[in-house]
Design a protein around this ligand. Structure first.
Ligand code: HEC
Length: 107
């Protein structure tokens, strides 16, 4: 009966991941890659700006995560910022916005 605690812990982790809408660890690696390669082609490899504005915590200060998420999902019509819905889910785009705000990208 030594196996039960392990099983219970594992399923609890799976539930927490689902409930928070956090991307799986595999998907997070893909999202990080997307962020530096695709987003980085406009916003700079270290998010300090290029064709697109800098996405560093300093330059995003005061902007709510949901506002950034909306920009990521729908793009900015009339600018070079493309919409990413269809490629990214709601939860994934919010997760990316939060990573940018926390400065956990491009370091
Ligand atoms: C083809 C170039 C291009 C690509 C690729 C691109 N962006 Fe952008 N992005 C822009 C431009 C240009 C703006 C500024 C739009 C404006 O003038 O309002 C912008 C704006 C933004 C903003 C709003 C910044 C602010 O200060 O309000 C966020 C957040 C953002 N992009 C995130 C992303 C993410 C995440 C990706 C990748 C999934 C991405 N962008 C890919 C060009 C790009």
């Amino acid at each position: 009966m030594m196996r039960w605690p392990v099983l219970a812990t594992l399923s609890l982790c799976a539930l927490t991941t689902l409930a928070s809408g956090m991307p799986s660890s595999e998907r997070r690696v893909e999202l990080d890659y997307l962020l530096t390669q695709d987003c980085g082609s406009c916003h700079g490899l270290t998010m300090k700006g290029g064709l697109g504005p800098a996405l560093t915590p300093e330059s995003l200060a005061g902007k709510p995560a949901v506002y950034l998420q909306t920009t990521i999902l729908h793009g900015r019509p009339g600018t070079a910022m493309p919409p990413w819905r269809g490629i990214l889910t709601d939860a994934e785009s919010l997760w990316l916005a939060e990573r940018l705000l926390a400065g956990e990208v491009g370091r």
